[in-house]
Design a protein around this ligand. Sequence first.
Ligand SMILES: C[S@@+](CC[C@H](N)C(=O)[O-])C[C@H]1O[C@@H](n2cnc3c(N)ncnc32)[C@H](O)[C@@H]1O
Length: 350
Amino acid sequence: MHSDYLNDPSDEAIRLTNDDATVSRLSAMQLGYFEDPFVKYFVKRPVRRMPIINRGSHIRSRALDTLVQQFLSLPGPSATSSKKQIVSLGAGFDTRYFMIKSGALDTETACLKHSLSNYFEVDFPENIVKKARIIKQRKELQDVLLQPSSSSPGNNQQEIRLEKGGTELSSFDYHLIGGDLRQWDQVVDRLVAHGLDRNAPTLFLSECVFIYLPPDSATSILKWIERTISDCAFALYEQIRPDDNFGKIMIRNLQMRNIELKGIHDYPSLHHQEQRFLNLGWDHAESVDINTLHDCFLDDQERARIAKLEIFDEMEEWRLLSEHYCVAWAYKADKYKQSFGQQFGLKHKS
Ligand SMILES: C[S@@+](CC[C@H](N)C(=O)[O-])C[C@H]1O[C@@H](n2cnc3c(N)ncnc32)[C@H](O)[C@@H]1O
């Protein structure tokens, strides 16, 4: 255990980035960028964000949702089982599990909840206690949680358990785990205790999370996944390009809030984001910035739709902001080649 990490005074500022992310999601949702009937339960004081933030939240969430949809739609490990698991690292108040279970992320061809065996969310215990409490208070969330995910009848116990003083919550397919990602061995123990299956296809998510970890902690996690889970994929979203003017201002503004982007100097470009996986033995890795997703992944119809949602005249600032955020995806196992990340289109290298 790395006791030097405990009680780091800047941890509280990092935990609070979750509130920022959730408020931004609600803002974009309320303006019509996307639908999410659950996010409102996790925000006490809604704030309307700037148009560039709303558009960014939309594209980030659409890209990651697409990777999740592609992962859950892929064939399963055997003819008799199509079950897969998702581990969301630093999940905060993310609502993706509820979106999958309620059918809100279903595609024309796939009912995604039938492909999900377990969804694990890890975050600091302080954030997990809050999320567990909100879930316990909201019947609307519990109803979704208790919906059967599978056609196999033995799987559907109608129970939500609060454990370890509220720092863990679990149902038959949803597991909230309080832990510190810098103490990965302990997190692994809890994931395994909650049913993580090393032999099942597993998608790991780091949505604006690895960037806050010391780079060696993030590397240890990626190494462990590559060595331990034979059929694994990863989706990541975070800041890049610390060294130009915009990057320097972005870093300085966050430092004023006691937030350090610990990973940005080790992975400053799209190329570095890909190499961080490839150097550890992952079979394939790619990354694109938000500008590329906006220009090449959204179709004309969607770009026209979001352009009408609010007055948007900060075009220059939007382009700058968007080249400082990237989505990266990686996998081990050939089957992902067919579809995982495919439709993100052109590769724009920095
Ligand atoms: C910007 S928020 C993103 C939340 C969520 N992934 C999303 O995109 O909405 C970052 C989250 O990572 C969590 N986090 C950062 N470092 C962590 C660590 N060492 N252990 C556990 N969680 C951590 C924070 O508590 C916070 O909830």
